[in-house]
Design a protein around this ligand. Structure first.
Ligand SMILES: [Zn+2]
Length: 595
C-alpha cells in the first residue's frame, strides 16, 4: 500500500478495447459478430443435432464458443462511453443502429434454445443422465424447466415485438412525464427527483412542505400512472395466460433461477416479522424528534428514508484513504480480492470522480472477454467508501465467474446483490474500528435502517404488487385512488404506527419504477439476507473465506439454491430467512440501548 497515489488511474482506460467512439473497428466487430450468429444458424437449422448425444455435445460446445465470439463488446463499450457523456446524441444514435443490427442477427439463433427446451420428456431424461453431456447438465435442466412456458419461434418473435408497444412504450411515457415535472420551492424551480434529493438536508418545516408539494404533484399526474399500470399489468396477465404461468410472480422467480416455494417462504416470513421494522421506525422517530427538540412521538413520510446522523462533524475520507480501507478489509478475507482491487486501480477500470456530463450514482459493468469497469461519483463521504466496496464486490464476482465456460459466466440477477452486500459488510466492520463513538452509533443505526429498507420495505412492495395484480385481474380496472389507498396500506404495513402516512402519500406508487419490472424487488431482500448469513459464517470461522470464493467463482453454473448449498448454506430450509431476521432484531436491541 505504499505510494498508492502515483500508481492509480482514476479515469477509465479503454486502450485495450478501442481508440475512441469513432474507431472504425467498432462497426467491423459488430459485423463479424452478426456473421457468427448467421453461420451458427445455418449449421444447426436442420435440428439434426437433437437426435444423438454426440450431435448434442458438438452443438453445445459450439454454442459455448458462440457466446464467447458474440459478446456484444462494441455496443457495451459505446454504452460505457455514453455514461461519461450522457448528453451525446451521436453515441445514442450509434448504439441504436448497432443494437438493431445485433438483435436482428441474434434472433436468428432463437430456434436453437427453443428446440432443446421443447425436447420430448423421455429424451430430456436420457440426455440429463448422459455422462458425455454432464458439463451441460445445468444448462439443459434450466432449458427444460422453462421449455413448457415457451411458445413457437414465430410466436416468440411476436411476443418480443409486441412488448415494445404494450409495455415499454407505456413505461417510457410515464418516465418522461415524471422527468419533465418541475415544482417551485422557495423561488427555485426544480425537478421532482432533485426535490427528493435535497429534502433530507432541509429543516423540518421546509422538509415537510417540500415533501407535500412533491406528493401533490405526483397525485396530479397520477392519471397517467393509472392508465400505464392498468395497461402493463393487463398485458402481463395476457402473457402469463398464453405461457401458462398461474401466479403473477412465477415468471420473474423462475427467470432468476430461484425456487418459487423458497421465495414464497421468504415473503411470508418477512411479512410476519414486520414488527421488527415497526420497532425500528419507533426508534428513528425518537432519535429525530429528540435531535429536533420536538415533543412529537411520530414522524411523517417526509422523514421515512432520511439518514439518521447524530455526529456533529462528518468525517471526510479521501479516495486514497478509501482505497486503503477497502484493500485492508478485502485482504483480511483473501489476498486475491485485494489484488483484484489493486489491479483495477492500476489499469484504469474505475472512473472515480464526478464530471460534467457523467451519469450520477455508481455501477459495475462486465461482459464476457473484456475487462470489467466500475463507475463512481466519489465525493469523500463515508458512504462513498461503502459504495466502492459494494461495486468492487460485483466486479470480483464477475471476474472470478470468468473461471467458468462462457455459457456459465453470467450469474443470475438474484445473487448479484449477495456478493456486493457481503463486501460491504466486510468493510463495515473496518469502518467501525476507525469511527468515533458518535460515528459508531450512526453507522450501527444506519446498518439497521439499510436492512429494514432492503428487506422489509422491498417485501412490502412485493405484497403491494401481488395486490394490484390481483385487483386488475379481478376488477378489470383499478382507479388511481384505489392504487393509492392500497399503497397507503403497504407503507403502513412496514412503517407501523410511528410514521404518519397521509392519503396523498399513497401516490408514491406513481414514481416507484420497480413496480414496472414486476416482482424484481424480492431479489433485494433475498440478496441481503443471504449476504448477511455468509458474513455471520465468516465471522464465526475465518476459513469460510475459501467457501465465499467458491460461491464467487460459480457464475451461473448451478442454481442459486445449489450454489449456496454447496458451501453449507441451505436457503430452502424454512428457518433460514428467519435466522437472518432474528439477527436484525438483535442488532436493533443493541442500537436501542445506545439512544
Ligand atoms: Zn449492487
Amino acid at each position: 500500500m505504499t505510494n498508492i497515489k502515483s500508481a492509480i488511474k482514476t479515469e477509465w482506460d479503454f486502450s485495450k478495447l478501442y481508440k475512441n467512439i469513432n474507431d472504425s473497428k467498432i462497426e467491423k466487430d459488430v459485423d463479424a459478430i452478426c456473421k457468427h450468429f448467421l453461420a451458427f444458424a445455418k449449421k444447426y437449422k436442420d435440428l439434426k443435432f437433437l437426435k444423438s448425444s454426440k450431435g448434442m455435445l458438438e452443438a453445445l460446445k459450439d454454442c459455448d464458443l458462440l457466446s464467447s465470439k458474440t459478446s456484444a463488446i462494441p455496443i457495451w463499450y459505446l454504452g460505457l462511453q455514453q455514461s461519461l457523456n450522457s448528453s451525446d446524441d451521436n453515441i445514442q444514435g450509434k448504439i441504436n443502429i448497432l443494437s438493431d443490427k445485433y438483435l436482428k442477427a441474434s434472433k436468428e439463433v432463437i430456434f436453437f434454445d427453443l428446440a432443446i427446451s421443447k425436447l420430448d420428456k423421455k429424451i430430456q431424461e436420457k440426455y440429463l443422465k448422459d455422462k458425455t453431456l454432464a458439463k451441460y447438465k445445468y444448462l439443459l435442466e434450466s432449458s427444460f424447466l422453462t421449455g413448457k412456458y415457451l411458445l413457437s419461434e414465430s410466436e416468440e418473435k411476436i411476443m418480443t415485438d409486441k412488448s415494445k408497444v404494450a409495455h415499454e412504450a407505456w413505461e417510457d411515457m410515464g418516465q418522461k412525464n415524471r422527468g419533465e415535472q418541475k415544482i417551485k420551492f422557495k423561488n427555485k424551480e426544480m425537478s421532482l427527483t432533485e426535490a427528493m434529493g435535497i429534502k433530507s438536508d432541509l429543516p423540518k418545516t421546509d422538509r415537510r412542505a417540500l415533501h407535500k408539494l412533491v406528493m401533490e404533484r405526483y397525485k396530479d399526474i397520477s392519471f397517467i400512472a393509472e392508465s400505464e399500470l392498468n395497461a402493463v399489468i393487463r398485458n402481463k396477465k395476457i402473457d402469463d395466460e398464453i405461457r401458462g404461468f398461474t401466479k403473477p410472480y412465477e415468471s420473474t422467480i423462475i427467470g432468476y433461477h430461484n425456487d418459487v416455494k423458497s421465495i414464497e417462504n421468504l415473503v411470508n416470513v418477512v411479512t410476519k416479522h414486520n414488527y421488527i421494522s415497526h420497532r425500528f421506525f419507533k426508534l428513528k422517530a425518537k432519535i429525530l424528534n429528540t435531535a429536533e427538540k420536538s415533543e412529537d412521538k411520530k414522524i411523517t413520510m417526509a422523514e421515512l428514508a432520511t439518514g439518521i446522523s447524530t455526529a456533529k462533524t462528518k468525517k471526510k475520507i479521501s479516495f486514497e484513504q478509501g482505497c486503503e480501507l477497502v484493500t485492508n478489509a478485502f485482504a483480511k478475507v483473501d489476498t486475491e480480492f485485494s489484488d483484484i482491487f489493486q489491479s483495477y486501480l492500476k489499469n484504469g477500470q474505475i472512473d472515480t470522480f464526478p464530471k460534467l456530463g457523467k451519469r450520477s450514482g455508481a455501477f459495475c459493468s462486465s461482459i464476457v472477454n473484456a475487462p470489467t469497469y466500475v463507475l463512481l461519483n466519489y465525493v469523500d463521504k463515508l458512504n462513498d467508501v461503502s459504495t466502492l466496496a459494494h461495486e468492487m464486490g460485483h466486479a470480483i464476482h464477475s471476474d472470478l465467474s470468468r473461471k467458468q465456460d462462457s455459457i456459465y459466466q453470467d450469474y443470475p440477477i438474484s445473487i448479484a446483490e449477495v456478493a456486493s452486500t457481503f463486501f460491504e459488510n466486510i468493510l463495515f466492520d473496518n469502518l467501525l474500528e476507525i469511527a468515533s463513538i458518535e460515528e459508531k452509533k450512526d453507522l450501527l443505526v444506519g446498518k439497521v435502517q439499510d436492512d429494514v429498507f432492503t428487506i422489509f420495505a422491498q417485501i412490502a412492495y412485493f405484497q403491494y404488487e401481488k395486490n394490484i395484480h390481483k385487483a386488475v385481474k379481478d376488477k378489470g380496472f383499478v382507479s388511481k385512488e384505489e392504487f393509492a389507498s392500497m399503497f397507503v396500506d403497504c407503507r403502513k404495513s412496514y412503517a407501523g404506527d410511528a410514521v404518519d402516512v397521509t392519503e396523498t402519500d399513497g401516490y408514491g406508487y406513481v414514481y416507484i419504477n420497480h413496480f414496472r419490472s414486476f416482482f424484481y424487488v424480492y431479489s433485494y431482500a433475498y440478496g441481503q439476507l443471504i449476504a448477511n448469513a455468509l458474513y455471520e459464517e465468516y465471522k464465526k470461522d475465518k476459513s469460510f473465506g475459501v467457501k465465499i470464493k467458491k460461491f464467487l467463482s460459480a457464475g451461473g453454473s448451478m442454481s442459486p439454491e445449489d450454489i449456496f448449498k454447496s458451501i453449507g448454506i441451505d436457503t430452502s430450509k424454512p428457518d433460514f430467512f428467519l435466522k437472518g431476521l432474528k439477527k436484525i432484531e438483535k442488532d436493533l436491541d443493541e442500537v436501542e440501548k445506545m439512544f
